[in-house]
Write a protein that binds this ligand. Structure first.
Ligand code: V55
Ligand code: FE
Length: 487
């Protein structure tokens, strides 16, 4: 009998959905560009079974992958669980066997030593396969057309590290996927690595190094010549696991680092430069990074305090929703400098934001256009009480050349999920194209995949693919062209 917890993590807008299925020719309001031929893939955590613990973390749900296939002005929808080893073992048992988020000490002994990954954080087509990712485990391969799961890979034994990040970048110059690993030698190890994977899926090289302290290494930056890491104080350790505490805790006393590694095969840990941020802070998702000679620029939302209420402060300090709001910020360092200081910290917006995205053809380079979700706390919210997290109710386009921001508020009943930019054509100028984003109505319980003119988001969606179900709050996703999908 499935009795889900009754707390805000499992009720209201966060009620598990768990529905796998297909909808051909989804109902459209407005229009969908008929030149669009490809698919938008995205993923959310959705528990296959009731969790072992009622305070289970949102981040612990099983990966549910959704695919929106665009062709000829129509949209087909497909949704499947990523069939991780965890999913299969629990499916066979008919119940949860794995315990708390990243705490193997809480697992059923029957699954001791099994890969705990949920593949719930990001999905991206590369080398003809759908890569489904969770940062605590290896890369899971899926079929981009059917969403069937192939299984975990270690790149024919070439990957030395045991985990694969959820935020790889594609270098538009080489087509290589740039990725990293942390806790590479198993849970709670300081070991990390940087890897590049060729357009045909071969692991080209892997550079091992060690982190400064055990913490959440969620995203990173890649430039033409450097790889950039943000070491931030969502800390963890065996003591926390033994005490059944949330896996991460925020430690306001720890230093924050921007670590820069030369991006070339043969670079080693000795080549890494560690620059210390002027203040402790919470670093969020990376918009982009680029370098001009030895000057390295790293754009990411930064909050003065902890942004994750479910990973509380180590001091027991109550969550501060204002201090936890993040703002897109540019960090710069100079690799030609001596010492470990930043050159500059520059706040790029006054809008509280997260989930930044770019025109990915400009990843690793100087760029102009960004899109992000904004928490507009001046707007009313009519959703069910106890919204799990602050509501990302607004989609914003930021022009970094002019500073102009244009925003669309989704209305009092809705939240917006992470946007994804789709170029109008392979050679279209930067930022010319569309942005897609799921808009979830927390009152009617329906989700629409909305399509915007990327540079006129303030005009609202030009089209909505209207699903007859709600898609649970998710994390990340990416577009693939029909050719990339193998369609
Ligand atoms: C994050 C998300 C995760 C995770 C670790 O957003 C960090 C940050 C969805 O899972 O496991
Ligand atoms: Fe993320």
């Amino acid at each position: 009998m499935a009795h889900f917890p009754t707390n805000p993590g499992f009720t209201g807008a966060m009620r598990p959905v768990r529905l796998q299925g297909d909808i051909l020719d989804v109902e459209i309001e407005g229009s969908v560009p008929d030149t669009l031929d490809g698919a938008f893939y995205r993923v959310h955590p959705d528990p296959q079974f009731t969790p072992k613990f009622p305070d289970d973390q949102f981040f612990n749900g099983d990966g549910m992958v959704s695919m929106f296939r665009f062709k000829g002005g129509k949209v087909d929808f497909k949704q499947r669980f990523a069939q991780t080893d965890k999913w299969k073992l629990e499916n066979a048992a008919g119940k949860a066997l794995f315990g708390a988020y990243r705490n193997h000490l809480t697992d059923d002994p029957a699954v001791a030593g099994k890969i705990r990954g949920t593949a719930n954080t990001n999905v991206m087509v590369h080398a003809g396969q759908l890569y489904a990712m969770k940062e605590d485990s290896p890369l899971l391969l899926m079929d981009p057309l059917t969403l069937d799961t192939f299984g975990y890979t270690d790149f024919d034994g070439k990957q030395a590290s045991q985990t694969f990040c959820a935020h790889p970048k594609i270098d538009p110059a080489t087509g290589n996927m740039c990725a990293f690993s942390y806790m590479s030698k198993g849970p709670l190890t300081l070991d990390m690595s940087y890897m590049e994977i060729s357009p045909t899926g071969d692991l080209l090289f892997e550079i091992p190094f060690e982190n400064k302290y055990l913490c959440m290494m969620h995203d990173f930056g890649v430039t033409e010549d450097y790889v950039v890491f943000n070491v931030m104080p969502c800390i963890t350790g065996l003591d926390r696991l033994e005490k059944n505490m949330p896996y991460f805790g925020f430690d306001h006393a720890m230093p924050v680092w921007m670590a820069v590694l030369p991006r070339k095969e043969g670079a080693t840990a000795k080549d890494m430069r560690w620059f210390q941020a002027p203040h402790n802070c919470f670093t969020g998702h990376v918009m982009n990074a680029f370098n001009d000679g030895t000057k390295v620029y790293f754009d990411l939302p930064i909050a003065a305090k902890n942004s994750f209420p479910f990973f509380p402060d180590v001091t027991g300090a109550p969550f501060d929703p204002v201090g936890g709001m993040s703002y897109l910020t540019r960090w710069s360092v100079d690799m030609a400098s001596n010492g470990d200081s930043f050159e500059k910290v520059e706040k790029l917006t006054n809008l509280a934001d997260e989930f930044p995205r770019i025109d990915d053809r400009y990843a690793t380079r100087a760029y102009r256009h960004g899109w992000m979700l904004v928490f507009d706390v001046t707007k009313p919210y009519e959703g069910p009480g106890g919204a799990f997290m602050a509501i990302t109710n607004t989609l914003t386009h930021i022009d970094l050349a002019t500073g102009v921001e244009k925003s669309w508020w989704a209305g009092p009943q809705c939240g917006v999920q992470e946007p994804c930019f789709i170029p109008k054509s392979p050679n279209a100028p930067e930022g010319e194209g569309w942005v897609v984003a799921l808009v979830d109505n927390h009152v009617t319980n329906y989700s629409d995949l909305c399509i915007f003119d990327a540079q006129a988001v303030e005009q609202g969606p030009i089209g909505r693919a209207k699903l007859p179900i709600r898609i649970r709050q998710g994390l990340h996703g990416n577009f693939a062209t029909a050719a990339q999908m193998g369609a």
